[in-house]
Unconditional design. Structure first.
Length: 140
């Protein structure tokens, strides 16, 4: 049984290397994007629904190419985050970044519920404070 496992692992060694590299690069991407996304959100982002997510994030360019690229990137990151919940990598962080980028109904509610964790909320507001931004306000 052990010999079969080793043979199988050696047979798919390249696949495992690619999965590891993908996990590493999405982790780095998450580390780079998370502060940018968090600091760009207006302080009342989770209080009142707004008509346009790109206006609420401070990204006012409404070109079709921008919106398609943003949603495509968000969808890819959301999918990778869900996959990484079961594989090595920062699944929740990457999924949250992806969710914050896509334009889908109910995303603010989901993000608000996840960010309702007090330790996570204080860490995010601490990052915003360091960047000179006011803390996020939540409906409690």
């Amino acid at each position: 049984m052990t010999e079969l496992t080793i043979v199988w692992l050696m047979q798919y060694q390249e696949v495992f290397v690619w999965i590891g590299l993908l996990s590493f690069f999405t982790f780095l991407l998450g580390l780079l994007l998370m502060p940018f996304v968090i600091t760009r959100l207006p302080e009342d982002y989770f209080l009142s629904p707004q008509n346009s997510d790109q206006a609420s994030t401070g990204l006012r360019d409404s070109s079709t190419l921008f919106l398609v690229t943003k949603n495509l990137m968000g969808g890819v990151l959301l999918g990778l985050g869900v996959v990484m919940l079961f594989l090595p990598g920062p699944g929740l962080m990457v999924a949250l970044i992806g969710l914050s980028l896509v334009d889908i109904p109910g995303k603010r509610w989901v993000l608000g519920r996840i960010l309702n964790i007090s330790g996570l909320r204080s860490a995010i507001n601490g990052l915003r404070y360091k960047r000179g931004r006011p803390p996020l306000k939540f409906e409690d």
